[in-house]
Design a protein around this ligand. Structure first.
Ligand code: TYD
Length: 215
């Protein structure tokens, strides 16, 4: 058994965490061994990935160089992939990730608009050893709408990057989805229930691969 690797992508404030929790519960009710993660980050507060997350989100680091930023995201991703994603998938688990490699392409590539996108892709490949998701759900949201939601809890360093940056991020995501329509499924905005239903139509056909029966 080789598990199922599903990643969630989208702009800030696109509602990924609610949808991940809903999907995790639904899969668990079918008997799946579901493991959820979020990037950047780790699993326990002491994990290096959580320290990296603190550095990346801290508005004190507005001057962080684009390459330094990219490599920190990749460092977090490399550790999670080696320590958690690959072992979990080898055990046949369903791995749900709140962001993965496409985030670096969208944010550090298209968003920052400094590094060639192919360089970002190459670093993703190095960091993950080439682990590609079975399915990526792109929760689409207009940049301004997403920022309005996300900022309600106090903006982090990325949310402070400005509307034009976030518009490039969104355009980047749409380009990724257009280039890889088999892997990346675009989920339009809607109510929480509508989005959950759309997500399920993309997940259901993959269940057999993880040894699950949709019923
Ligand atoms: P987080 O609070 O987890 O945002 P969200 O709830 O929108 O996922 O913060 C993560 C931020 O880091 C978010 O603004 C997206 C950004 N990011 C990148 O720029 N590159 C990456 O590779 C990843 C994983 C995240």
């Amino acid at each position: 058994m080789s598990g199922l690797f599903i990643t969630f992508e989208g702009g800030d404030g696109s509602g990924k965490s609610t949808q991940i929790a809903t999907l995790a519960a639904r899969l668990q009710s079918l008997g799946a061994d579901v493991r959820t993660f979020r990037e950047p980050g780790g699993v326990t507060p002491d994990d290096a990935g959580e320290r990296i997350r603190t550095i990346l989100l801290d508005p004190a680091h507005m001057g962080l160089d684009v390459r330094a930023e990219l490599l920190l995201y990749e460092a977090s991703r490399a550790q999670l992939t080696a320590q958690h994603y690959r072992p979990a998938l080898a055990e046949g688990a369903v791995v749900l990730c709140d962001r993965y490699a496409d985030s670096s392409v969208a944010y550090q590539g298209y968003g920052r608009d400094v590094l060639p996108v192919d360089e970002v892709r190459e670093l993703n490949r190095i960091a993950t050893g080439g682990l590609v998701p079975d399915l990526t759900l792109l929760l689409d949201i207009e940049a301004a709408d997403g920022l309005a939601t996300a900022s309600a809890t106090g903006p982090d360093r990325l949310e402070l990057a400005g509307l034009e940056f976030h518009e490039r991020v969104r355009a980047g995501y749409l380009a990724i989805a257009a280039a890889e329509p088999e892997r990346v499924r675009l989920v339009p905005r809607g109510s929480v229930d509508e989005v959950a239903a759309a997500i399920w139509t993309h997940v259901e056909p993959l269940l057999a691969r993880a040894g699950l029966d949709a019923r």
